[in-house]
Write a protein that binds this ligand. Structure first.
Ligand code: NDP
Length: 483
């Protein structure tokens, strides 16, 4: 399918080529062919976008002067504009990223729901009155932060952009969005929606560009007041250093090595379905992937059998293939890295149960077989490092205490799964897990209404839910002497 969507930068309400006219070629991971060419922002374009965003949130600007209910209307209009382009965005995401239309549909739906949810917040952002000594009125206001920068990865290009854009917009900020240069297309539909919803110029700016150039320039810009970064832990640390130098607020959503803990009293069929989704959805390219299966030793064989069978039956495909449930990984370099991890897994003593290579029926596209290793110990590389591909590592445990110990023995702490029919055990284990999110008897799951974020190396701050309102506003305390 040829692409007829937006391909230019969107700055200050205008579509424009890059200042130096450079472009990015984006590939379709299912065919390995160039899908389209997009303008590539450099430092001058970042400068241009940030200054437009700064003007858009000046105290006297149209955007800042809106009543909260009017801002809510804008966010609703914006969401409706996205909804009207839904089918086009789904196909674009599928071709640009490689994910199946089935998966892209979920992403687009989730993003639209997130805007609808935050439209509801726009006129409910309240301060507090605080009882203080003496004859005084003391209260707080929650105000917009100002210019927010959004640096987005390639694994959920549309959905993850929307996750931070929606609260930032609802809170009255202006936005500069830098999608990954690997998947630059669908973020541009946010610019189209801004045009259709008639948002004031400069409130939303979208600038595809490379991370080391446009991303670094945005993250270190002195006029950016908050950075929402989603990506790898390594790059996140650098972005945090830039933010520290500028005293800029930051939200970091980083990597993970999620444990799915299956106890001997679990519904094993349901667990097998959740384990499969948790590692093979999006070809395993998920921060919250359940890439470690911790299973009680008594049920290891039974669970492994179900999981391996499901893995082998996963229909592979992408693009217009509606029946596909797992697409290719995003690029040749990503596939190479995953295959290297598989070799390391074998060398370090893991037993390959299924998969482990490139599917023989796929002569084009960056496909990797759904892969399961057992006999893994938690000190092996494939149990410790984020592979970001369809590779599951199975580790056994003897009892509850050991399960918690293995689960927590990780630099990461994003999402953990607990599978049990014992309610007391479910709550106790959930409490002891050092994870920002725990899901009992389903995996993975999140909603626009619930906080999303990690402990330890998985990040800092929270997206989604009420928590994100706190991330994208700043508190002013006002004391009035009444005597
Ligand atoms: P990267 O960290 O490489 O890139 C993320 C974004 O940062 C991209 O837009 C990238 O641009 C940009 N970037 C790269 N270098 C810099 C820099 N020096 N300064 C500023 N920005 C930069 O991650 P990936 O794109 O490879 O995404 C995969 C990672 O993201 C995984 O580790 C995964 O766990 C994590 N992730 C976390 C999520 C969460 O919610 N916790 C969700 C999804 C992914 P470009 O691509 O153009 O180089």
């Amino acid at each position: 399918m040829s692409y007829s969507g937006p391909t230019e930068l969107y700055i200050d309400g205008e579509w424009t080529s890059a200042d130096d006219e450079t472009t990015i070629e984006t590939l379709n991971p299912a065919t390995e062919e160039v899908y389209t060419t997009v303008a590539k922002a450099g430092e001058k374009d970042v400068e241009h976008a940030v200054s437009a965003a700064k003007r858009a949130v000046d105290r006297d600007s149209e955007w800042r002067q809106l009543a909260p209910g009017e801002r809510a209307d804008y966010v609703r209009e914006f969401s409706a504009a996205l909804d009207s382009m839904r089918d086009e965005i789904v196909l674009t995401e599928s071709y640009d990223n490689g994910k199946t239309p089935f998966e892209a549909q979920i992403d687009v739906e989730t993003a639209i729901n997130t805007f609808q949810y935050y439209a509801g917040w726009a006129d409910k952002i309240e301060g507090e009155t605080i009882p203080v000594p003496g004859d005084r009125l003391d209260y707080t206001r929650r105000e917009p932060i100002g210019v927010t920068g959004h640096v987005v990865p390639w694994n959920y290009p549309f959905q993850l952009a929307g996750r931070s854009l929606a609260p930032a917009l609802a809170c009255g900020n202006s936005l500069v969005v830098k999608p990954s240069s690997t998947t630059p297309l669908t973020a541009l539909y946010y610019a189209k929606a801004a045009e259709e919803a008639d948002l004031p110029d400069g409130v939303i700016n979208v600038i595809p560009g490379s991370g080391s150039d446009a991303g670094a320039a945005l993250a270190s810009h002195l006029d950016v007041d908050h950075i929402a970064f989603t990506g790898s832990t390594g790059v996140g640390k650098g972005v945090m250093e830039s933010a520290a130098n500028n005293i800029t607020g930051i939200t970091l959503e980083l990597g993970g090595k999620g444990p799915n803990i299956v106890f001997e009293d679990a519904d094993i069929e349901a667990a097998a379905r959740g384990i499969h989704n948790g590692i093979f959805m999006n070809a395993g390219q998920m921060c919250w992937a359940g890439s470690r299966l911790l299973v009680h030793e008594d049920i290891h064989d039974e669970v492994l059998d179900l999981v391996a069978t499901r893995a082998e039956q996963t229909p592979l495909g992408s693009g217009i293939d509606d029946d596909a449930r797992m697409g290719p990984v995003v690029s040749e370099s990503q596939r190479k890295e995953i295959l290297e991890y598989i070799e390391i897994g074998k060398e370090e003593g893991g037993t390959l149960v299924t998969g482990g290579g490139i599917p023989s029926e796929k002569d084009r596209g960056y496909f990797v077989e759904p892969t399961v290793f057992t006999d893994v110990t938690n000190d092996m590389t494939i149990a410790r490092e984020e592979i970001f591909g369809p590779v599951l590592s199975v580790v056994t445990f003897e009892d509850e205490e050991e399960a918690i110990e293995i689960a927590n023995d990780s630099p990461y702490g994003l999402l953990a799964g607990v599978w049990t029919s014992d309610l007391t055990r479910a709550h106790t284990v959930a409490e002891y897990l050092d994870y920002g999110m725990v899901s009992v008897n389903e995996y993975p799951v999140t909603f626009p209404q619930t906080p999303f974020g990690g402990y330890k190396d998985s990040g800092y701050g929270r997206e989604q839910g009420r928590e994100a309102i706190n991330e994208y506003t700043q508190v002013k305390n006002i004391n009035v002497n009444l005597s």
